[in-house]
Design a protein around this ligand. Structure first.
Ligand SMILES: Cc1cc2nc3c(=O)[nH]c(=O)nc-3n(C[C@H](O)[C@H](O)[C@H](O)COP(=O)(O)OP(=O)(O)OC[C@H]3O[C@@H](n4cnc5c(N)ncnc54)[C@H](O)[C@@H]3O)c2cc1C
Length: 410
């Protein structure tokens, strides 16, 4: 049976970051990564549309924690040990420069996730981290002076320390082997998805987007304001993805069926909107309603709202009937859409749920139940919205676990 100082289960972002740092820091541990598939860092490769959104240019922990629908309190503590600034300099020290986009997302200047992968693989080579592929760990047992592991292919391993970095699992039963260690989980549900609005005429406007819309779920305390994109199946865009993340659990309980209200002009109250429309009946009385609008909405969307409100094609502002105007106000201010189902967001999706953070010490990432057992990354119930926040948690937790393990081994 091969014995290591540290075994890391899972060759993803968190597992690699833990492994390479634990092997590098004194005393220089003998480390191996056990990966069940035939490839490592698969999510890093496809992340951010192949560009890898490594982190976010947010340099205040207080602001940063607001981007984590689950685990905000936990990352508040871990970020005080390894933050975005540390990620940026860790990669920069190794020749990987990051750039910031307008919305704060940070990518390698090469715009290629391969740059991040090569950097991690190079580090692993430099510090002799062993990589064992097709090792699907099935059983972990605590042996008193470490851990014993058995894989699906019958191979066995042992180590003094163990870091579990297996990422999110979509089904509760997939966590059974970790639960049998004595840990408990919050049930997994998907996060970061788009909303299906089947058979609604709005989908004819696919591709149109508005810079700022407020989307609210009826009967739930759930709302987000941000860019909204109309797709051929429903609604997407950053505002919708944020809503899906914050509402991941509530929406799952409802089977992703609900009614959403969209305010397409969230900067105007209903009364302000009414006053504005009333004013336009005088100020541009002879102009037709169709074809252009003064609200900055795409004209095709505006025409759609007019149509849905029953406004006739050639109506001039002076002749807009009160009934149609009221319907238009309702459409613009609180248009209702029935959601039935979700669609996975291809650019970035995560699993909410996993090992309960309260069972892990944020100062070391060590289990509060089993000495020498560490966790890193998405396997725990910590997840962020889109924008580089999920990788930041992977780097942070991986680094803290590595430092704590190295320190104990000294
Ligand atoms: C398409 C897509 C794009 C994304 N883009 C971004 C982005 O740009 N920015 C961002 O911040 N986040 C992004 N994310 C989220 C981010 O990728 C994850 O949060 C992050 O990869 C989690 O890292 P991890 O190491 O914890 O888990 P993972 O990357 O999931 O790695 C876990 C590894 O463990 C292995 N494993 C699991 N069970 C076992 C076992 N029993 N034995 C051995 N090995 C096992 C798996 O095969 C896997 O390789 C994206 C996600 C997706 C799906």
């Amino acid at each position: 049976m091969a014995r290591y100082d540290l075994l890391v289960i899972g060759g993803g972002a968190a597992g690699y970051f833990c492994a390479v740092n634990a092997a590098r820091l004194p005393p220089g541990l003998k480390v191996a990564i056990l990966e069940k598939s035939t490839r490592v860092l698969s999510k890093v490769r496809i992340s951010g549309g192949g560009r890898c959104n490594v982190t976010h240019s947010c340099f205040e922990i207080g602001d940063m924690v607001k981007r984590y629908p689950r685990g905000g309190n936990f990352v508040r503590k871990t970020f005080s040990r390894f933050f975005t600034t540390d990620t940026i300099s860790w990669f920069e020290t190794r020749g990987v420069k990051l750039k910031t986009e307008k919305d704060g997302r940070m990518f390698p200047v090469t715009d290629s996730s391969e740059t991040i992968i090569s950097c991690l693989l190079r580090e692993a080579g430099l510090y002799n981290v062993s990589l064992l592929l097709q090792k699907d760990v099935k059983v972990v047992s605590s042996t008193g002076d470490g851990f014993g592991l058995s894989c699906a292919d019958g191979s066995t391993f042992s180590s003094r320390y163990l870091c579990i970095a297996t990422g999110g699992y979509p089904k509760s039963s997939m966590f059974d082997w970790l639960v049998s260690l004595g840990h408990s989980i919050n049930d997994p549900v998907p996060s970061l998805f788009t909303l299906n609005i089947p058979k609604h005429p709005v989908s004819a406007l696919m591709g149109l987007s508005v810079e700022e819309a407020r989307i609210r779920v009826n009967g739930m305390k759930l709302e987000q304001t941000g860019p909204l994109l109309i797709t051929h199946w429903g609604f997407s865009g950053p505002g919708v993805l944020r809503l899906s993340a914050w509402g991941a659990r509530l929406l799952a309980e409802k089977g992703w069926r609900c009614t959403v209200q969209v305010n397409w002009l969230p900067r105007l109250s209903e009364n302000e909107l009414r006053d504005k429309l009333m004013g336009m009946r005088y100020s541009i009385a002879s102009q037709k309603l169709y074809g252009k609008n003064q609200f900055g909405l795409p004209n095709r969307l505006w025409d759609f709202f007019l149509q849905q409100s029953g406004v006739k094609e050639d109506t001039r502002w002076a002749d807009l009937p009160a009934k149609e105007m009221n319907r238009l106000i309702r459409m613009l201010n609180a248009g209702e859409f029935d959601v039935d189902g979700k669609t996975t967001y291809k650019e970035e999706f995560v699993t909410a749920g996993g090992i309960k953070p309260e069972e892990i010490d944020p100062a070391t990432m060590m289990s509060k139940k089993i000495d020498g057992l560490f966790f890193a990354g998405e396997v725990m119930d910590v997840d962020g919205v889109t924008g580089g926040f999920n990788f930041q948690h992977a780097w942070t937790s991986g680094f803290i676990a590595a430092s704590a393990i190295a320190e104990r081994a000294l």
